[in-house]
Write a protein that binds this ligand. Structure first.
Ligand code: F2R
Ligand code: MG
Ligand code: MG
Length: 301
């Protein structure tokens, strides 16, 4: 476990997010992103995926522990429509900003809670923070997701992505990672997809992007995007980041989020120096991301 891996994870997440954002959503979302996808200085903007990951990292650094109330306040304060938040979470966070308790707000849009992938896309930070306390990781991932995602499927995605990130800090064996991460998952949509992912990784078979999308999904739900991302990160672990990113674009659908989760796991395994430096130089707020990674690392090293 090294600082370079923590930086690789956060910057890999942000890069996967920013590079995927132009490909996410329908025609309207893509047109909007063409207008607002760059800063005034011309740097690539990232979206809600990175903002919420930063909120967790900065909260952990200040509080020295996972404080759900502090996190809910930060999520609400950071909310900007221009970061492309999920529609349900946007409404929920506006309620929290007006004073609602997140414990009630998280069922105010969908009575059973959100099963979107918003709890999972920010979970790599939980993976970094709890890697050395692995027994506590699943509960922490669930708690961090539950602020906005009360649905068990939304939380299961967070557990999977946090586990895969933590494991990638310690081993480069894809099979070891997929098996150990799958051991934390009990819900059928995850278990079945993870079984296929394990089989493909074991066989060394390399289905094309449309086949990956068909088997694992490329949607905005946690159950149709988290296994997709973890599988892609593990399959491309020993290959260049740009090849993995191109594959995410080909898989299509929720490209920024699949790219963010895959980028985080890949970055945790390979470290910041392995990321494409010319693209990192074009990424907004790289200094803030590095500082957040350093503060997180200082908190666990
Ligand atoms: N918001 C976006 N992208 C906008 C374009 C998306 C496009 N229309 C598409 O569908 O592909 N991206 C950001 O949102 C995702 C994370 O979302 P999060 O934080 O989980 O938000 P939310 O609103 O809670 O859930 C997303 C949608 O999933 C459906 N849904 C969730 N729970 C549901 C439930 N219990 N019942 C019915 N539907 C449920 C709803 O459609 C939600 O709006 C990431 O992609 C991020 O990049
Ligand atoms: Mg996004
Ligand atoms: Mg997305």
């Amino acid at each position: 476990m090294s600082l370079a891996q923590f930086e690789g994870c956060l910057l890999g997440l942000a890069l996967g997010d920013a590079l995927g954002a132009p490909h996410e959503g329908g025609i309207v979302e893509r047109l909007v992103w063409r207008l607002i996808g760059a800063t005034v200085q011309g740097q690539m903007r990232w979206t809600d995926d990175t903002q919420m990951a930063l909120d967790i990292a900065e909260s952990l650094a200040v509080q020295g522990a996972l404080d759900a109330d502090d996190l809910a306040r930060r999520f609400a304060a950071s909310y900007r429509w221009s970061r492309g938040y999920g529609p349900g979470v946007a409404r929920l966070l506006r309620r929290v900003a007006r004073g609602a308790d997140w414990r009630e707000a998280n069922r105010s849009v969908f009575p059973e809670g959100s099963f979107g992938n918003g709890g999972a896309m920010r979970a790599p930070v939980i993976g970094l923070y709890y890697a050395h306390r692995f027994a506590e990781l699943a509960d922490a991932a669930r708690l961090s997701a539950s602020i906005t995602h009360a649905h068990p499927l939304g939380q299961e995605g967070a557990v999977l992505v946090a586990s895969a990130t933590a494991l990638a800090l310690g081993t480069r064996n894809p099979l070891e990672i997929v098996r150990a991460a799958a051991a934390h998952c009990a819900l059928q949509p995850f278990v079945l997809r993870l079984r296929t992912a394990e089989q493909w990784l074991q066989e060394g078979s390399e289905p094309d992007a449309s086949s990956v999308a068909r088997h694992f999904g490329n949607g905005i739900a946690a159950s149709t995007s988290c296994v997709t991302a973890v599988y892609i990160a593990l399959r491309f672990m020993d290959r260049p980041f740009v090849d993995m990113q191109r594959f995410c674009v080909d898989v299509g659908g929720d490209v920024d989020t699949i790219g963010a989760m895959a980028g985080a796991v890949w970055g945790a395994a390979n470290g910041v120096a392995a990321l494409p430096q010319h693209q990192l130089a074009q990424l907004e707020q790289g200094g803030r991301l590095k500082a957040a990674a350093a503060a997180l690392y200082a908190g666990v090293a």
